[in-house]
Design a protein around this ligand. Structure first.
Ligand code: M6R
Length: 616
């Protein structure tokens, strides 16, 4: 993951780099660093920890960081522990080339051996320090310009990267390149802004170029952008786009954390996902990407959905939805498993990839594999213009707006919303749903934002429950049918931000093993809504209670039966079972948040995690 930033222009680089890095911290926050260039000298600062630690360190040096060219980095450690030495930027042996890098150089070890044999030494454990020295080696051996040395070196590299490189003696030039990791370039008159994510330079320009894989750009002060292919140096025409991000969307506003803001945004984000796609009075659903490829979906013998993490949980819900409403068999795959097991894909097979960021390396690689084998790939992404969105044959954006909290919440409900729409459209065309049910579900879908709003009102009750259980070591999450993936998602949310061990299970599986864990110290969160195996769920609750287990039940309003059995209940509005994950997940998100809050954890940036997993 990692976030990279660069600036070349006429303003002071330092504040631009620091502010940009703060916006990129969601990509990694193990360590950070900057290098700012002034005449032929540069100031390099790096430190373990977050960007504010870096600011403190620089402030304590009592030196003004002068210069109008600079690069910066916030790290999610891959090679080498998070410490000052492994932090970026990295500097070549001669002290002449300085580089930042996001990605992994897979053949770094082989390159390192060559460099060691040629007298190079290394301070850090990083693959980045190997690459910057490799560039220096190629440059010196062949008397190449930096630009040529970067290009030739990158042609030898296996792996993924987005890099920015500067030569101490030429601080008026930055060279950037990309393969597999995201890289965008902001352009504003005489200024260039380089970043892993354009949100870090949106304050300065909305003109953005998204570099494609295999491209590099030479940025020179006062000169036009020079975009080239890394492979053969072929000159390319840059395509500049206009950024469409609203600044308010990337601010916390009245909320303590982005995660809480994003949980509370869900009535609006679900509405945004439905906007212009579900026409409620007419009961018409229309999504362009589906409409123009309707025949492909209608003729699909099977559908495979591929994703990671929370998006994988949404995919499991998609499996229930699509099979129920379209009667097309659906398989769900972890992207990381799918791509390495020589999957059987035939021409015209339908693959759906789901990703909030649109940059997840495994999902992107799985999508490319499926496309190479001739499959039709449909994408469900949140980030507009992301790599996955650009590589699929067709797709639908979730329109949930920027999700900053590392723990995904509003993106999840937006993904499910798109899957519901997809299942309803295909089901209607295949006549696998009758008209009455179709219209009924359309109407209910339209009522979801209001019902989610209602579910959010349980926050105070959830706070009280959290006070009771915030100190436990383990929790079980149970659900049945379409709410089984919601149990998985609830457990993942809790693990990610509170560091409490939690597992999700299909409720009926409990008696095949997990029941051995249950005693008064292992609370069980159970989704016990009235529809779908309700009686069986009541049986499961009885089994837990018989073993002195504590039960926190998500129930429908007015459900007396579970109320009397459970230790705590969280009431949510009634809805058809097939749409219920859009509501049942909300109290689980809040429960994870409130427990993590009481435990005093860093909710938006949990340890060891990053928002966008761009390494394999
Ligand atoms: O951006 P993506 O949806 O592809 O990300 C997939 C996972 O990395 C992501 O959902 C992760 O599990 C989140 N931290 C979950 O909260």
């Amino acid at each position: 993951m990692c976030g990279i930033i660069g600036y070349l222009g006429y303003r002071d680089a330092y504040p631009i780099l620091i502010n940009g890095l703060k916006k990129l911290e969601y990509r990694g926050y193990d360590s950070s660093g900057i290098a700012v260039f002034y005449d032929n000298v540069y100031n390099l600062y790096k430190t373990k920890g977050r960007v504010h630690e870096l600011e403190k360190k620089i402030f304590s040096c009592k030196k003004q960081v002068k210069g109008t060219t600079g690069i910066g980095h916030t790290r999610w450690a891959t090679h080498g522990i998070p410490d000052d030495i492994n932090a970026h930027p990295h500097v070549s042996n001669s002290n002449g080339i300085i580089m930042i890098h996001n990605g992994i150089i897979e053949n770094y070890y082989a390159i390192k051996i060559i460099l060691l044999k040629n007298g190079f030494t290394f301070k850090s454990k990083t693959d980045t320090e190997v690459l910057v020295n490799f560039i220096e080696y190629i440059k010196k051996e062949n008397k190449f310009s930096l630009e040529k040395a970067v290009r030739i070196s990158l042609n030898e590299v296996v792996g993924a990267y987005s890099i920015a490189v500067i030569e101490k003696s030429h601080p008026e030039t930055i060279i950037i390149a990309k393969l597999g990791s995201p890289l965008s370039l902001g352009i504003n008159n005489e200024e260039f802004f380089v970043a892993s994510d354009p949100i870090s330079f949106i304050d300065y320009t909305k003109n953005v170029l998204y570099l494609k894989d295999g491209e590099m750009a030479i940025l020179k002060k006062g000169e036009k952008l020079d975009l080239r292919k890394i492979k053969d140096n072929h000159k390319l025409n840059p395509v500049i786009e206009k950024l469409k991000i609203n600044l308010k969307e990337i601010e916390k506003g009245k909320y303590k954390h982005f995660m809480l803001k994003e949980i509370y945004e869900q009535p609006k984000t679900i509405l945004d996902t439905l906007r212009g796609r579900l026409l409620i009075p007419e009961k018409i659903i229309c999504i362009d990407g589906i409409e123009s490829n309707k025949e492909i979906f209608l003729n699909a013998k099977s559908i495979t959905i591929i994703a990671c993490g929370t998006s994988w949980h949404a995919s499991l819900i998609g499996e229930y939805l699509l099979e129920e409403l379209t009667r097309i068999p659906v398989e769900v795959e972890y992207a990381s498993e799918f791509r390495y097991r020589n999957p059987i894909i035939e021409k015209k097979d339908v693959i759906i990839v789901i990703s909030q960021s649109g940059e997840t390396a495994d999902t992107l690689a799985a999508l490319k594999l499926a496309k190479n084998k001739g499959a039709f790939v449909f994408g469900i992404c949140n980030v507009v213009g992301s790599s996955i969105a650009r590589n699929v044959d067709a797709g639908a954006y979730t329109h949930a707006g920027p999700e900053i909290g590392v723990a995904s919440t509003k993106a999840f409900t937006a993904q499910i919303t798109v899957l519901v729409l997809l299942a309803l459209i295909i089901g209607k065309h295949r006549s696998t749903i009758d008209d009455f049910r179709y219209k009924f579900l359309c109407k209910e879908l339209g009522s979801i934002p209001e019902k989610v709003d209602h579910a959010l009102k349980m926050d105070d009750a959830i706070k009280k429950i959290s006070q009771v259980y915030y100190n436990v070591d383990n929790l079980l999450y149970l659900g049945r049918g379409i709410n089984f993936p919601v149990a998985l998602e609830g457990a993942l949310k809790l693990k990610e931000i509170s560091y409490i061990h939690a597992e999700g299970y299909p409720a009926a599986e409990m008696k095949h093993g997990p029941i051995a864990l249950i005693d008064e110290n292992v609370p069980v969160v159970i989704i016990a809504t009235r529809k779908g195996c309700y009686e069986k769920i009541i049986g499961n609750i009885q089994e837990i209670k018989a073993r002195r287990g504590k039960v926190i039940a998500i129930i429908n309003e007015g459900d007396i039966q579970v109320h009397l059995l459970a230790d705590h209940v969280i009431e949510i509005p009634n809805i058809s079972e097939i749409l219920s994950p859009l509501i049942t997940v909300v109290p689980l998100q809040l429960l994870a948040y409130q427990i993590a809050y009481i435990r005093g954890k860093n909710i938006d940036q949990p340890r060891n995690l990053a928002k966008s997993v761009t390494v394999e």
